[in-house]
Design a protein around this ligand. Structure first.
Ligand SMILES: Nc1nc2c(ncn2[C@@H]2O[C@H](COP(=O)(O)OP(=O)(O)OP(=O)(O)O)[C@@H](O)[C@H]2O)c(=O)[nH]1
Ligand SMILES: [Mg+2]
Length: 603
């Protein structure tokens, strides 16, 4: 059977997964309701976190034409997971570049297209969501072509085929005025434009390379791999080679191919296919599995370096152990070790016994790990994320820089420019279109950390903020962020509506009435920026003149409830974010006022 290998790439939310799901449905490998976004967190958030494989067969066997197997890798669009995409691109032969017909090319469109063009891939452009009321497919197509040229596409690449689609309805067409009822035009374009994998390499000795990892409780580490040459069989003895040619022996114990999302166990797979192999417990992305000890390793696959770092600690709050099943240092360590099996962008330094230093690609990357852990029953507390500095050879320091693209109604652009300016970001470009502005900034990750929440407020929820790391650049100097102070509880007990009502004048509260608090817990922030110790458990002094029942009704503003992401954003350097299966609490590292002033004196 002929094989075509493609990845589907785009900016976040432009419709990759919806389109892939529709392709699986229409080719009969998945039922209604089955989605590539299969992980619980993905379903809840509606974003793709992990890249995943599926295989479809087209045309279907009853058409009389020989069927082709199309391996599709759906990739995440969020910039924090950009390195996943990069790895995948190395292992496929063409990409579907999906672009939202209303938004046009966005930062991550640029990133994934740049990587694809550099690898010599010839993308198929899918202008998606043409059903949106403000969709402008022609303009989007023009902007996409401009982007191709700007990124140095060669003539062949710039002469890309365009397919228009409404992924959500499972419709694709080659011309906007065409009538279509399904995705056939897209499938035909894939068959026509994506080169089939070469059958000439099947007779060579085996070389395959993993580009993704998975874990199975029974089989251990699994490697999603592209077979480049030869064939691989169950029971085969192999040599596993690092890019530097360091070689160790191994044995293949299981092989799976894909049908839709399902894994199908098989005895043998041949060059061209994408398979999952088991049996090599320490296999890593970018290594080469070969049948000959003397085989040359395939070119390495680079994994992006982490940009932010924080500590994971055993929860030491007064409420520790109330809600979690797994709370000990040993349990945390084991969980993090397990994460390292599959989470390629993550690094953990297990140095000190009760505190693990975890580095990742961004706040969302870390937040997803924490969210998964709390769902599994873990309790943990973490310190404030910091950017990672690199020491340069000339003795200077460099730090991660990001490109930020902001779309906002024009009336808020001034506020955004001012805020980002203060945070060390420089505006590179601004374009207005109707009543909205698109601005491009560049600057240190340090300046962006903790800004997203403020951005939502500044643009009244109407702005779109996207950013991605562009590399390490010279240290941008000191950045003064607006100091937010914490409102710290001085007592333990239940927060009372009456005292919260008094406190809400002074800042933004994180808790509801009846929330249990402890001494040293941060219950809100102060608008003036000073630290404030308060007693949220204090009730109203009852006098004998009025009974409590006939009190004037109090009007409480809904609190700014902490989620993991919000917590990571608002927390101070001297605080911990406490995460348990049921709660996210912010606290001072030192819980009592005395301990805090002692610690301050020491530094
Ligand atoms: N109007 C319209 N909405 C669509 C279409 N296709 C997808 N959507 C919606 O767009 C949103 C995002 O779709 P996804 O398929 O999850 O996007 P994605 O590109 O996979 O997102 P990430 O994987 O998180 O980057 C969902 O709410 C879809 O229902 C379409 O053709 N038209
Ligand atoms: Mg997706």
């Amino acid at each position: 059977m002929e094989i075509r290998n493609i990845a589907i790439i785009a900016h976040v939310d432009h419709g990759k997964t919806t389109l892939t799901d529709a392709l699986m449905r229409q080719t009969g490998v998945a039922e209604e309701g089955v989605s590539m976004d299969s992980n619980a967190l993905e379903l809840e958030r509606g974003i793709t976190i992990y890249s995943k494989n599926a295989a479809i067969f087209y045309p279907s066997s009853d058409s009389g034409r020989p069927a082709t197997k199309i391996n599709i890798v759906d990739t995440p669009g969020h910039a924090d997971f950009g390195s996943e995409v990069e790895r995948v691109l190395r292992s496929i032969d063409s990409v579907l570049l999906v672009v939202d017909a209303q938004e046009g090319p966005m930062p991550q469109t640029r990133f994934v297209l740049k990587k694809s063009l550099e690898l010599g891939l010839k993308p198929i452009v899918v202008i998606n969501k043409i059903d949106k009321p403000a969709a402008d497919p022609e303009r989007t197509e023009e902007q996409t072509l401009e982007l191709f040229l700007e990124l140095g596409a060669n003539d062949e690449q710039a002469d890309f085929p365009v397919v228009y689609a409404i992924g959500r309805e499972g419709i694709a067409k080659l011309k906007l005025e065409d009538k279509s009822k399904d995705l056939t035009p897209l499938l035909e374009t894939i068959i026509k434009r994506v080169p089939p994998t070469s059958s000439a390499t099947i007779d060579l000795a085996l070389r395959l390379q993993p580009f993704n990892l998975a874990y199975d409780n029974f089989l251990g580490r699994l490697a999603v791999s592209r077979v480049y040459e030869g064939s691989v069989s169950v029971g085969q003895s192999v040599f596993v080679k690092k890019p530097n040619n360091e070689t160790r022996p191994g044995k293949i114990t299981k092989i799976f191919t894909f049908r839709g999302l399902k894994r199908i166990e098989t005895e043998k797979a041949e060059a061209g296919d994408i398979v999952m192999i088991a049996g090599i417990p320490d296999i890593d992305i970018g290594e080469t599995v070969a049948s000959n000890a003397g085989a040359l390793p395939l070119p390495a696959i680079a994994v992006d370096e982490p940009t932010i770092v924080l500590n994971f600690l055993v929860n030491s709050s007064p409420f520790a152990g109330r809600e979690g099943k797994f709370v000990t240092s040993r349990q945390l360590r084991e969980r993090l070790e397990r994460e390292l099996e599959v989470n390629v962008g993550l690094r953990v330094d297990f140095g000190v016994s009760d505190s693990f230093t975890v580095s990742g690609r961004g706040e969302l990357h870390i937040a997803i790990l924490l969210e998964n852990m709390r769902r599994e029953g873990y309790e943990v507390q973490v310190s404030q994320p910091q950017v990672i500095f690199h020491e340069e050879e000339n003795g200077g320091r460099s730090e991660p820089f990001e490109e930020v693209i902001i779309d906002t109604p024009s009336e808020y652009q001034g506020t955004v420019i001012e805020r980002l300016g203060k945070r060390g970001l420089i505006m590179k470009d601004i374009k207005t279109h109707g009543n909205s502005a698109r601005m491009i900034f560049e600057g240190p990750t340090r300046g962006i950390l903790g800004y997203r929440g403020q951005f939502v407020i500044d643009t009244k929820g109407e702005g779109i903020f996207s950013s991605r790391v562009i590399g390490f650049e010279t240290y941008a100097g000191e950045i003064k962020k607006r100091a937010t102070g914490s409102m710290i509880s001085m007592a333990g007990g239940k927060a009372l509506g009456y005292s919260l009502w008094n406190l809400q004048e002074r800042g933004v509260l994180y808790i509801h009435p009846n929330t249990e608090v402890y001494e040293g817990m941060v219950i809100g922030n102060t608008s003036k920026g000073e630290e404030m110790t308060v007693n949220p458990t204090k009730g109203k002094q009852l006098t004998n003149v009025r009974a409590s029942g006939s009190d004037e009704a109090i009007n409480l503003t809904p609190p700014y409830e902490l989620t993991i992401e919000r917590g990571l954003e608002v927390m101070g350097e001297d605080e911990y974010l406490e995460i348990t299966p049921k709660s996210v609490r912010l606290r001072k590292q030192y819980l009592t006022g005395i301990d805090r002033s002692r610690a301050r004196k020491k530094t």
